[in-house]
Ligand binder design. Structure first.
Ligand code: HEM
Length: 202
């Protein structure tokens, strides 16, 4: 019988990333939903602030030339401007960041960056549920919930176009480990941003 490591090795890379981050993702969902983000516009702004800060962290990756060469539609996938617009729709200034940015200076390690991008892009799948809930607050793709809207090609198709590339990029074992560490670091950052929002408010 195949042992677990063999089964692991034949799974597509993004499926392995999903399995490796399942626990942290589940805890994150529960923590976010526990703040009742769609209970009121004030609550939603708090959630938006977390999203804004996370997407501000990954914004440099979407502008990176080396990553753009690997993932040709990368620049169009960037949702940071939509988050800025969502906050402006709700009369909120862009929040100031007091956490050091992970990618603002120096060269980006590609496998690490791909791990972070896996998380940022994957979060657009869960956004389908959140986008529906946002309607209760009269928010949609033109006002306040722009960053949660699906892609015109459909969310699943848009995600598959991303995973098709990510699954086939050649990485050695050490790079594979940095990819997974990058995905975990991205989730850890969102957890830290949820902590920050709970302490400070938006
Ligand atoms: C309350 C908030 C959230 C809910 C309810 C939620 C829910 C979901 C759901 C239903 C999926 C699709 C799972 C599937 O197709 O099997 C998903 C995928 C994903 N979500 Fe979330 N999510 C939330 C927040 C987030 C956040 C804040 C992040 C990270 C910034 C995130 C990262 C991901 C990733 C990386 C995937 C792709 C998993 C994969 O198929 O590889 N999610 N989420």
């Amino acid at each position: 019988m195949a042992d677990l490591s063999t089964i692991d090795a034949i799974l597509p890379r993004t499926k392995r990333l999903k399995a490796a981050t399942n626990d942290t993702h589940e805890r994150l969902d529960q923590r976010i939903l526990a703040t009742d983000p769609f209970g009121s516009r004030d609550n939603y702004v708090r959630f938006l602030t977390v999203q804004y800060r996370f997407h501000r962290s990954v914004d440099p990756l979407y502008r990176d030339a080396a990553l753009g060469a690997l993932l040709p539609d990368l620049a169009e996938r960037n949702r940071f401007d939509k988050l800025t617009a969502d906050l402006a729709d709700l009369g909120q200034p862009s929040p100031v960041d007091d956490m050091p940015q992970p990618f603002e200076t120096g060269a980006v390690d590609l496998p690490t960056a791909l791990g972070w991008l896996y998380v940022a892009e994957g979060s657009n799948l869960g956004a389908a549920i959140l986008f529906k809930l946002a309607r209760a607050l009269d928010l949609d793709e033109d006002f306040g919930a722009r960053h949660l809207a699906g892609h015109p090609d459909g969310r699943a198709q848009h995600w598959r176009a991303f995973t098709a590339v990510l699954d086939t990029i050649e990485l050695d074992d050490a790079e594979e480990a940095r990819l997974e560490a990058g995905a975990k670091a991205a989730f850890a950052r969102v957890h830290a941003l949820v902590d920050m929002a709970a302490r400070n408010g938006p």
